[in-house]
Write a protein that binds this ligand. Structure first.
Ligand code: FE2
Length: 234
């Protein structure tokens, strides 16, 4: 196949779902809740747009990995980590699609309809937030300032610095992955326009207010415990 044909095939992968497309990465990754379960903080329309983005990354991966069968079907997290094995010409595209896919999976896991009903973090997570930020409110303030500092689309993370166990904040542009920094991610916030434009217009701070009301501190705490060897993957 010529280079032009390859590029046309990749371009075709961005078009709406064709049931004949390759199946390695499912087009409808399951949501852990109903599409309208996050309303009114996140509308069903926004959830559908988010899922369309997630599905587009699956389409891109399925098309691009036809030329790299040894990576077909491995986890998207593994593809992010192993992107360096790929030819330079395709590395950025495949890393972007795999990270975009992985980030959305991560994002759905740390959201919960109604959040924790107003309850905050507990146990080790609460202790480490107090140790590293002083309070939950200060964590939110710093996280929001960092997320709002992104000059364009990106993702905001709370993670663990493996060097010293400290909780860390990172904002990565585009589909940057916290895995590239070698930090286990415990929380993630989507700061792409599709995450907030329908519900909040350009008010990204309004989106962050809604986000904090949806986060599942219990799952975030379980993800922190993984770093210390406890529990199963949340
Ligand atoms: Fe998104």
């Amino acid at each position: 196949m010529s280079d032009d044909a390859d590029l046309l095939k990749l371009a075709a992968a961005t078009r709406p779902h064709d049931p004949k497309d390759a199946p390695h990465y499912p087009f409808n990754p399951p949501l852990p809740f109903a599409e309208d379960a996050l309303e009114p903080l996140m509308s069903a329309a926004t959830v559908r747009v988010q899922r369309a983005m997630h599905q587009q990354y699956a389409r891109l991966l399925n098309a691009a990995l036809e030329r790299h069968p040894h990576l077909q079907g491995v986890s998207v997290e593994s593809i992010v980590r192993r992107a360096g094995e790929l030819p330079a010409l395709e590395r950025a595209l495949i890393h972007d699609a795999a990270a975009g896919h992985a980030n959305h999976q991560f994002f759905w896991k740390i959201l919960k309809p109604g959040g924790n009903g107003g309850a905050g973090p507990e146990g080790r997570l609460a202790a480490h937030i107090a140790r590293d930020f002083g309070s939950v409110e200060e964590l939110k303030r710093r996280f929001n300032a960092m997320a709002l500092g992104l000059p364009g689309p990106g993702w905001a993370y709370l993670s663990v610095d493996p060097a010293n166990g400290a909780l860390a904040l990172d904002a990565l542009a585009g589909n940057g992955s916290i895995m590239d920094l070698g930090k286990p991610g415990v929380m993630i916030c989507d700061m792409w326009e599709h995450a907030y434009l329908l519900d909040h217009g350009p008010d990204r701070a309004g989106w962050l207010d809604a986000f904090w009301q949806l986060v599942d501190w219990e799952v975030i705490g379980k993800r922190l415990e993984l770093f210390y060897g406890g529990g199963t993957h949340a």
